[in-house]
Design a protein around this ligand. Structure first.
Ligand code: Y39
Ligand code: FE
Ligand code: FE
Length: 230
């Protein structure tokens, strides 16, 4: 009954829905592909965690395949060029951090910021998704929590040495996520995902992660406020 009530709100076959889906679906597919690449690279940078990071990378490719199936199921062609452009700033910052051997920055970008973004997007999407996509997304979001946790644990273990670098990386990358959220607001709305709910869910996951790593409440408030500079 619940399912029928939710389903009747959306026409998943309308051109309006499919047009918005062509961008959101592409963003998710591109995000999963880049997450796969990022964890593969991080495994090379951290030989002692190579096996675990390779496992995360593999999960990301599975997610990508799942979301590609969601697009096909709705007869939507994902706009991959749009999605590559969408991620280009974060992608560039990750590549730069990697080239400079800045592992904490890599963790902040991929495991904290991008994972918290994914968790927010997937949690908010699940109740309004078509039944096929809902099943897939429910499975995926569980994995994303373990990815966020992996970054948290590593950063917590190295908190003393990485704290200053994390503050700098936060200042540089949090405003970018804010811009990304603004950019996708209209399309997300067509899919039934409210920006305010996305922001709230993102800040909960991200803030909790920062607290678990070792930041004080005052520090994480200040760090969160940098997002508003977007
Ligand atoms: O770790 C992961 O699997 C992350 C790559 C995926 C990112 C997904 C980004 C979702 C943003 C969608 C925006 C819709 C409002
Ligand atoms: Fe994923
Ligand atoms: Fe992930």
């Amino acid at each position: 009954m619940q399912e029928l009530a939710v389903r009747s709100e959306f026409d998943y076959t309308s051109e309006t829905y499919k047009d918005a889906y062509s961008r959101i679906n592409a963003i998710v597919i591109e995000g999963e592909q880049e997450a796969h690449e990022n964890y593969t690279v991080m495994g090379e940078m951290l030989p002692e965690h190579q096996e675990q990071l390779a496992r995360l990378a593999k999960m990301e490719s599975r997610h990508k395949k799942g979301f590609q199936a969601c697009g096909r199921n709705l007869s939507v062609t994902p706009d991959m060029e749009f999605a590559r452009e969408y991620f280009s700033q974060l992608h560039g910052n990750f590549q730069k951090a990697k080239a400079e051997g800045k592992i904490p920055t890599c963790f902040l970008i991929q495991s904290l910021i991008i994972e918290a973004f994914a968790i927010a997007a997937y949690n908010i999407y699940i109740p309004v998704a078509d039944p096929f996509a809902r099943k897939i997304t429910e499975g995926v979001v569980k994995d994303e929590y373990t990815h966020l946790n992996f970054g948290e644990v590593w950063l917590k273990e190295h908190f003393g040495e990485v704290k200053a670098e994390l503050e700098e990386a936060n200042q540089e990358n949090l405003p970018i996520v804010w811009q990304m959220l603004n950019q996708v607001e209209a399309d997300a709305d067509v899919l039934g995902m409210e920006k305010a709910a996305l922001v709230e869910d993102f800040m909960i996951s991200y803030g909790e992660a920062l607290a678990n790593i070792g930041f004080t409440t005052g520090e994480l408030m200040r760090m969160s406020a940098y997002g508003l500079a977007a």
